[in-house]
Design a protein around this ligand. Structure first.
Ligand code: RFL
Ligand code: PHB
Length: 390
């Protein structure tokens, strides 16, 4: 098989890249290890930056997002039992949209297939070859048959555990890594969210987050140990701890309901640079990971492929490879700012086992400053709603 751009991975990065290229008249094929049902049901991110929601609408994949997405004009930071609102609309004139990543994935798959796009699901043994030539190849097995995709360019959109980044020869890329000494226990519950906006809580027992997926479904997280045993967390214990950490203030109570899903998410900050080797371009989680406290992972993946799609459009439009050559630097400038924000939110809101009493007082002072100063609140707000693309 032959195509212009071979894409490994049908997460938000790979699917959106394929869609944007299609709009620009560029052919692509997506190779995905999992089944369609699996990727469409994988519960992950939930917050879209202001410009990301607009990009999806402008790209013609935002009908359901506009109908079902929950537009939020602020968040609440809770500490010492009191809530403090950060008003995005007032501070930045912008908003975010709460809309599940799996819904974005569903909308993109539907659009690609309706337009005749090719996505090979359940492809095993994917491998990339000849990356330093102008005819790189992807080999894989699907339906028991080995196949080969010859491309001009390969996009490695295969996430943190994919095969593209490890295919780059040693010494070419530098890895920056920080692993946090805690994780998030996340649940999805059939219970109406108790507030309209997200609550990020710093509590002596650890961080907690109230988020949502719809007016009927809550998404909630608790800071836990990286090796937390879920068997030690029966439903009653989860609710008790959520009530405790999110309590305070306005007399509202968390709504309980049956748990639909539960899991533990590790927390890390990771960057691979440069995000290119020859004709292989890394995008999304294959090149970087952020801790979820800033709600940035999916948004960063969208930012990468927006830049890559534009660079490929210039390349195929006869305007040369300058934009492709600049791809990695263009993305990394913004990625490091988003890394900084995600790290900053994480250190401000979580409990660290080795924190001294000084560290704890300083953390509360930081929250007090961020919620009490318009200048400080604005820096949080402008990062949360999304920095400009370039
Ligand atoms: P993905 O979504 O991991 O997609 C990669 C795809 O590649 C496939 N793949 C392969 N295919 C073929 N051959 C192979 N050898 C392959 N190896 C892997 C995989 O099956 C998969 O389909 O990466 P992508 O597209 O870069 O998207 C990144 C986002 O998924 C990720 O950054 C976010 O989910 C992170 N994240 C959040 N991001 C936000 O923007 N806002 C949030 O509120 C937010 N909350 C979260 C999050 C991630 C979480 N978890 C579980 C990691 C909350 C959580 C709990
Ligand atoms: C989510 O709704 O899953 C979510 C929201 C905000 C975050 C992380 C995850 O910071």
């Amino acid at each position: 098989m032959r195509t212009q751009v071979g894409i490994v991975g049908a997460g938000p990065a790979g699917l959106l890249l394929s869609h944007l290229l299609h709009l620009a008249g560029i052919e692509s094929v997506v190779i995905e290890a999992r089944s369609r049902a699996y990727v469409e049901e994988r519960i992950r991110a939930g917050v879209l930056e202001d410009w990301v929601a607009r990009l999806l609408v402008d790209a013609g994949v935002g009908d359901r997002l506009r109908r079902e997405g929950l537009v939020h004009h602020g968040i609440e930071l809770k500490f010492e039992g009191r809530g403090h609102r950060i008003d995005f609309a007032d501070l930045t004139g912008k908003s975010v949209t709460v809309y599940g990543q799996h819904e974005v994935v569903r909308d993109l798959i539907k659009a690609r297939l309706a337009a005749g796009g090719r996505i090979v699901f359940e492809a095993s043994d994917a491998a990339v070859h000849d990356l330093d030539t102008d005819r790189p190849r992807i080999t894989y097995t699907a339906g028991g048959v080995s196949d080969e995709l010859v491309c001009d360019v390969i996009a490695g959109c295969d996430g943190f555990h994919g095969i593209c980044r490890p295919a780059i020869p040693g010494g070419v890329i530098r890895l920056y890594d920080r692993v946090y000494p805690f994780a998030w226990l996340g649940i999805l519950a059939k219970a109406p969210p108790a507030t309209e906006e997200l609550i990020y809580a710093n509590h002596p027992n650890g961080f907690a987050l109230l988020s949502m997926r719809s007016p009927e479904v809550s998404r909630l997280y608790l800071q836990c140990a990286p090796d937390e045993d879920l068997a030690l967390w029966p439903d009653e214990r989860i609710w008790e701890e959520l009530h405790r950490r999110l309590a305070g203030g306005e007399g509202w109570r968390l709504n309980e309901g049956p748990l639909i899903q539960r899991g533990v998410t590790a927390m890390r900050s990771f960057v691979a640079e440069p995000m290119r080797y020859g004709r292989l371009f890394l995008a999304g989680d294959s090149a970087h990971i952020v801790p979820p406290t800033g709600a940035k992972g999916m948004n960063l993946a969208v930012a990468d492929v927006a830049v890559l799609a534009r660079a490929l459009e210039a390349f195929y439009g006869g305007r040369g490879g300058d934009a492709l050559d600049a791809y990695s630097d263009t993305c990394l400038r913004r990625i490091w700012k988003v890394q900084r924000f995600s790290w900053w939110m994480t250190q401000m809101l979580h409990r660290f086992d080795d924190a001294s009493p000084f560290d704890e007082r300083r953390q509360i002072a930081e929250l007090d400053y961020v919620t009490g100063s318009r200048a400080a609140a604005t820096t949080l707000a402008e990062n949360y709603v999304g920095l400009p693309l370039e």
